[in-house]
Design a binder for this molecule. Structure first.
Ligand code: G6P
Length: 367
């Protein structure tokens, strides 16, 4: 049945295992099977001339928007802004004529995100929504809804909907880059191939469940946990921290690795696990050196990386979880899975209510 848990103990566990299928189903909507190239539906704005994009959402949906901003800026070279809807709706920023908004939401009913939608329309901005529930307000009221194909998500903490949102935003970044001529054909093909390889890599990560559970044992007694990442891995660090606090009630912070020396490093000692998201790519060396600084202060570094980076990190990290090697472009989609899985296992070990964390609601329809 649609709402059954099958052989899983929790909806969240079941939904975590749906990551590969959901990413594949979503990519099939936005990548042509014949040409294996991104094929977007008509957008409500012309990406060649749009002066600025404003991305927004709440909770994990905002964090997906935040990753989208890194991708769109880097690939399509469109100035972007990303902010949580509860702030954006009262911020009164000047909006560029001909600008557009990209609003991200699983339910399509979050009050603050809907308020931003109304504000954007009133400000003459065109509105694209990335939304999971086809009959929701955000699907109906946006000029163009781009649907994620995650199916119903029951666990209060978003999991599979998040990777589906990232999948749509990645296609959007590639499609807009093509329209603007900011990507050469070879690079476009490489990035699209990398996206199409994500479901298989996601399935391989789910096979590492035991290893991630072992890592969870290491942090169940922690009072604070720091998640670090750079670039598009920074929002994923925040996603890891958000999941851990909402599910296990352990205090966690997601920080930009390079900003650690401006504050959080003061917290570091043997009692604070540092979860590092450190895939290979242009920012690997910089992130690794931030982690080394943390290790030098007694921090217990637990790193997620790939085979290329494992040796360098093993020199100072207490644990290294080696994920499949992928193009750096798609690393944020893949790293979201083990951090969600980690939070799940910590919560199960602590005996908290995984599917219904205290004080939280699946969809926050009041301000
Ligand atoms: C709640 C949920 C989160 C979700 C957020 C935004 O806080 O617990 O998991 O990310 O709402 O919800 P939406 O439906 O707009 O994506």
């Amino acid at each position: 049945a649609l709402t059954g848990k099958g052989n899983y103990r929790h909806f969240m566990e079941k939904e975590l295992h749906e990551h590969p299928g959901v990413i594949g189903d979503t990519l099939r909507q936005y990548v042509s099977p014949a040409s294996r190239a991104v094929a977007l539906p008509p957008l409500p704005f012309d990406p060649r001339v749009v002066p600025r994009l404003t991305l927004s959402g709440c909770g994990s949906a905002f964090l997906a928007a935040h990753v989208g901003r890194y991708w769109i800026e880097a690939l399509a070279r469109i100035p972007c802004d990303a902010d949580v809807a509860s702030e954006l709706r009262y911020r009164e920023p000047p909006f560029a004529k001909g600008g557009a908004a990209i609003l991200v939401s699983q339910s399509g009913e979050t009050a603050d995100t809907l308020a931003v939608l109304a504000m954007m329309k009133a400000q003459g901005q065109s509105v694209l929504s990335v939304v999971n529930v086809p009959e929701s307000s955000m699907a109906r009221e946006a000029d163009t809804p781009l649907l994620t194909v995650a199916g119903p998500e029951i666990g209060v903490a978003s999991t599979k909907a998040f990777s589906a949102q990232l999948s749509v935003l990645a296609c959007l970044a590639i499609g807009m880059a093509r329209a603007r001529g900011t990507l050469d054909g070879g690079t476009e093909m490489r990035l699209t191939q990398a996206l199409l390889a994500v479901p298989e890599a996601a399935a391989a990560i789910l096979e590492q469940d035991e290893e991630i559970r072992a890592l969870a044992h290491e942090i169940t007694r922690a009072r604070d946990v720091l998640f670090l990442g750079r670039g598009a891995m920074f929002p994923i660090a925040m996603e890891g921290a958000l999941k851990l606090k909402e599910l296990s009630y352990i205090h966690a912070e997601g920080y930009a690795a390079g900003e650690m020396k401006h504050g959080p490093i003061a917290l570091i000692d043997e009692a604070v696990p540092v979860i590092a998201l450190c895939p290979s790519g242009p920012l690997f060396e910089k992130t690794a050196s931030n982690l080394q600084e943390a290790a030098a202060r007694g921090g217990r570094i637990m790193a997620f990386c790939d085979a290329e980076g494992a040796a360098a990190l093993s020199r100072f990290a207490e644990r290294v979880v080696v994920l499949p090697s992928v193009d750096p472009f798609v690393a944020p989609i893949l790293h979201a899975i083990p951090v969600q899985l980690l939070a799940y296992h910590v919560a199960v070990l602590k005996g908290t209510d995984v599917d219904q964390p205290r004080n939280l609601a699946k969809s926050v329809t009041v301000e």
